[in-house]
Design a protein around this ligand. Structure first.
Ligand code: AQP
Length: 332
């Protein structure tokens, strides 16, 4: 069976975008712990200005939410990136495989570097090399599939390029993975700014639905979502009507309907927003209930993470050891 790997950064509170674009696919993948690995990629959260205590808190919260969403330790391996040294060991070999030019072309690097500069912060070197560490995250496990939202497409492409290059130079070592995206809601947009992705590290949260938002907050955010001007009713057009298309995507993802077909059922934005709000509240209800139970028992979460890291280490070590030998390093 193809092994899958994916991760989430503890850079903010998890959003509806994270859930619909990625986490829901992880939960749906009915696998064994050796075939499905999911990771709180905490080292990636250090690539931008961060507060140590917050990263620690968000890491445990992300793990708790992933368990609450249905990632059962019997069916997958859930762990924290920094608990498994193989990721950083492999990242160095991949830095010796990647070029400066290809990393500087990454869209997320350009956007985040510009943001850091505008804020008067230095651009951390790790922001440039972060996609290489992400490649190591994936390649260390021989993962064939990487279920992610659309914004990660470019980074998974880079991972493929590095795997192919390494294999050609040093002999077959890595599985070449491919990204998979959900058919609907692979890119959930900010409710207040439908030209931007709903991102958990954005400062203004009024257009972002967080997984732990209370029902009243969810309803308020959805009802205040920016819609588009136009007098031809509710139509699904991502280019011309991005705000409405985003709401239809969310509704489609929550209810299993086709966003374009759903548009036919509405003559005004008010009814659409009410249905979207109801659907999101219902989607989040079981997850929030389970989260409350798990959050009351952090020792249980820590235990799951410890066991997950042990299993992940066993899977990654032989792959990374093989890469060390292939690239020309003397065995200890
Ligand atoms: N809006 C989104 N729509 C669909 N999928 C999304 N993902 C993120 N946002 C959306 C997917 O969720 C997984 C984990 O995301 P992440 O932690 O890597 O990034 P983030 O939530 O977007 O957090 P940040 O810190 O705000 O990062 P940037 O600014 O880099 O996006 C991934 O599979 C992602 O595709």
């Amino acid at each position: 069976m193809t092994r899958i790997f994916s991760g989430i950064k503890p850079t903010g509170h998890m959003t509806l975008g994270n859930y619909l674009g990625a986490v829901r696919q992880w939960v749906a993948a009915d696998r064994t712990p050796d075939d499905a690995l999911f990771c709180v990629v905490d080292l990636h959260a250090l690539t931008v200005e961060h507060e140590p205590a917050r990263v620690r808190r968000l890491s445990r919260q992300a793990a708790t939410l992933l368990l609450a969403a249905g990632l059962e330790p019997q069916r997958c391996t859930l762990f924290v990136q920094s608990h498994v040294d193989e990721h950083t060991r492999l990242a160095y070999l991949l830095e010796c495989t990647a070029t400066d030019g290809e990393l500087r072309r990454m869209i997320q690097y350009k956007e985040k570097a510009a943001k850091a500069q505008a804020a008067g912060d230095g651009v951390r070197l790790s922001l440039l090399t972060y996609p290489v560490l992400m490649a190591a995250d994936i390649l260390a496990y021989g993962a064939g599939e990487v279920p992610v939202g659309e914004d990660q497409r470019q980074h998974v492409e880079l991972t493929r390029d590095l795997a192919v290059r390494f294999n050609q130079r040093y002999g077959h070592t890595f599985t070449v993975p491919k990204a998979t995206h959900p058919a609907v809601a692979a890119r959930v947009m900010d409710l207040q700014d439908p030209a931007s992705k709903m991102g958990k590290s954005h400062e203004n949260g009024s257009g972002i639905v967080y997984l732990l938002d209370e029902p009243g907050v969810v309803r308020k955010k959805v009802m205040r979502a920016v819609t588009d001007s136009g007098d031809d009713g509710v139509v699904y057009d991502r280019e011309a009507r991005p705000g409405v298309a985003n709401l239809l995507d969310i509704l489609g993802a929550c209810t299993g309907g086709d966003p374009a077909a759903l548009a036919d059922g509405y003559s005004g934005y008010g009814a659409l927003k009410r249905d979207v709000a109801d659907a999101v509240v219902e989607l989040l209800r079981p997850l929030q209930e389970r989260h409350a139970e798990l959050a009351a028992d952090p020792a249980q979460v820590d235990k799951a993470l410890r066991e997950g890291a042990g299993r992940a280490r066993e899977l990654a070590r032989p792959v990374v050891d093989r890469a060390y030998e292939a690239i020309g390093l003397l065995a200890p």
